[in-house]
Design a protein around this ligand. Sequence first.
Ligand code: PLP
Length: 424
Amino acid sequence: MKFQNTKEFAKELDKQDELSSYRNEFCFPQVKGKNVIYFAGNSLGLHSKRAKKYVDEVMTDWENLAVEGHFYAEKPWWDYHERFANPLSKIVGALPSEVTVMNTLTVNLHLMMVTFYKPTSKRFKILCEAKAFPSDQYMIQSQVKFHGLNPEDAIVEIQRREGEHNIRLEDILAKIEEVGDELALVLIGGVNYYTGQVFDMKTITEAGHKAGAYVGWDLAHAAGNIKLNLHDWNIDFAAWCSYKYMNSGPGNASGCFIHEKHHTDTSLSRFAGWWGHNKERRFKMEPTFDPVRSAEGWQISNLPILSLAPYLASVEMFDEIGMDALINKRNTITSYLEFILQEISKEVNGSFEIITPSNQEERGCQLSVFLHGEGRSLFDYLMKNGVIIDWREPNVIRLAPVPLYCSFEDMYNFGQILKKGIVK
Ligand SMILES: *Cc1c(COP(=O)(O)O)cnc(C)c1O
């Protein structure tokens, strides 16, 4: 499609957008009496009206039913989480039995490592990306130390090449081969939080397995953003937070994937709790743990229903739309934003550079922009003028034109504000 940097053209794209009505389902903060242009959905998704309705429902059931709500609420609490299996499995490309919701992201990754990181004197290394999200780095370091190992020996980081912003697939594969039979686990973010780069999870997982390792993925920036096929890619485990692209609300519950092939292997170690116990017998309060033969077997506690309520509303919305339609719009709106950035860059003599891959297969909806010369003052200007973005040291802003609620007109308007901020 040949794009134009005009308001009329942007409005025309909005008219043709099949998802445009969803924008009205979300609440936008206001600056100077106008809805903001919201680019921070990769950090915290917007509040949807459905989410509020679902939370209110639980509050009302609690008010009216108290403990009886576990069984007699309209959506009973004791198996509330089971409502996620179908819609969520479609979002991440899994079997319904392979996904569940529980805890928070870093906690789930720790729990997955209890199962899938079992270092031996020969096979003890973990492969991850250099400059991974800090929580992941702390998590991996602490797991290694927990096993009495030295992070410097056990953690292998894949570096970017000098002068390059993204990690090359060939370098990851070479590293996996090099570490070979010392490799215990590959654990990488499926979409890099800083650059927006999407990794080839299928190929990397295959290579990790060939080396004899388990392979898991942190999908914080992937779930609800890119097409996933966790089951077919034969991934061992994955976890994601729900408050970024999945709009479930601040700090909310995590989703977790465990491949079917592990469900019946009761020799795998895990930290157990009663909500992972055989459902038919859960309330018999037996002394011996008998895990559910599905992802639910990794659950520990009874679930925080007030947290799950807005997440469920969101998952149902994704299900209604379907990932294909969402990705379709994502590709167009992200390309349009890229075009607008390039146009404005020309007009102001190229003072910034997009460091996210330009190939649609290697990115989701985030564009990370390195500001040469411009910096914090431009960021402040944008924020003051109703553009919500985020700032990452040393000089990067991240823009996520989330297809569920961002409009093409937003992209055009953003370009105009950006230009003013640079030439002011
Ligand atoms: C957002 C994010 C997290 C956050 O973890 P929480 O446990 O939800 O606080 C972890 N890892 C990555 C890659 C992230 O992007």
